[in-house]
Design a protein around this ligand. Structure first.
Ligand code: ZN
Length: 344
């Protein structure tokens, strides 16, 4: 078993099963941070724990006055989470630093605190300052797209923007036994048609998704025709133009939208160059989920992510989350090469 896989196992074992149980700012997340800090010291990194508990291990460069290059992710998990979400990016960055050794620029290996509940650690770090000139985050794809394309890795070029809303559909409540079908105004039937329409709109815009995830039926009796239905809409798109179109066609309130975060610049260029040298198919994706890379990108740090192919239909936030050892090894090789370019 590779050093990367052994370290992933050691982090996964914290907190007991099933799955990963290292919720942000709990004893289990602390334990993961201590474990990784120990590995960082063994490798010869200078360890900083900032006032919010973020962990930064520095391999100090030959020209330490130059802006730093950082790579990492998070060590917290959702309850009963997977083996890769977060730790892969931290362990991968540590492995890269260990292989590369001292470079011209200082390399930072970073574990941000509590990513899963709103990127708490990275947001605090961004407010506090002391940011690098580049951020690359290796991460499990958490979706099926790379597997469907038959490609192992992707360069992530944006974090999707999103908008959330609520809709109310009114009908007329009535007796389920005595009201004939042609005399009904059933709010749930109307809402069901609306849900299908929302799906079709999202399908018509490349890369967009829309979900009705919560629905309340009133009055909510087994023998009562629904009189009113409320439901939520979560809609996301990879860039501003498509998000605007999605909002318009869904009739949502655009003032509540969170804009997409473009990723890229020198960090994405470094990854693209490595893909080319290694003869890997260049796949570029938008991330449908938020990440620390989005926080860094919004703070003006040239940032990108490297997604690695997910198995089991792309499932994540679950003990079934999986990526093959071969894909993990390739991803770490590519990350190492890209960091080499950025730090030289
Ligand atoms: Zn994650």
């Amino acid at each position: 078993m590779s050093r990367v896989e052994e370290r992933l196992d050691a982090i996964y074992a914290i907190g007991g099963g099933p799955g990963a149980n290292r919720v942000g700012y709990t004893a289990e997340e602390d334990e993961a941070h201590s474990l990784v800090a120990g590995w960082m010291r063994e490798v010869g990194l200078e360890v900083e724990v900032d006032s919010d508990g973020n962990l930064i291990g520095r391999l100090v460069g030959e020209e330490p006055e130059l802006p730093e290059v950082w790579s990492g992710s998070h060590l917290d998990s959702v309850p009963q989470g997977g083996r890769f979400d977060g730790p892969l990016g931290v362990v991968g960055a540590l492995e890269a630093a260990e292989r590369l050794g001292r470079r011209r620029r200082t390399l930072g290996v970073v574990a941000f605190r509590e990513e899963e509940r709103g990127c708490v650690g990275s947001q605090a770090r961004v407010r506090g300052g002391g940011l690098p000139s580049a951020w690359i985050e290796l991460h499990h794809e958490q979706g099926p797209r790379l597997a469907l394309l038959g490609a192992p890795l992707a360069v992530v070029t944006s974090i999707v923007g999103y908008v959330r809303g609520e809709r109310v559909v009114d009908g007329r409540a009535g007796h389920a036994g005595t009201t004939p079908m042609d005399a009904r105004d059933d709010a749930l039937v109307s809402a069901a048609e609306e849900v299908i329409r929302i799906r079709d709109i999202a399908r018509s815009i490349d890369g967009a998704v829309a979900t009705v995830g919560s629905l309340t039926v009133e009055p909510g009796g087994i023998n009562v025709i629904p009189g009113r239905v409320r439901f939520t809409i979560d809609a996301r798109a990879p860039d501003a133009e498509r998000l605007e179109r999605l909002i318009r066609e869904l009739g949502l309130d655009g003032s509540r939208a969170v804009a997409p975060t473009p990723l890229g610049g020198a960090t994405a260029d470094a990854l693209r160059a490595v893909f080319e040298v290694r003869g890997l198919p260049l796949v570029e994706l938008a991330s449908g989920a938020g990440h620390d890379a989005g926080v860094m990108g919004r703070a003006g740090v040239p940032s990108t992510m490297l997604f690695v192919r997910a198995q089991n239909g792309g499932v994540s936030h679950s003990p079934d989350e999986h990526t093959t050892p071969e894909d993990v090894a390739l991803a770490v090789d590519v990350l190492t090469d890209a960091l080499d370019r950025l730090a030289s």
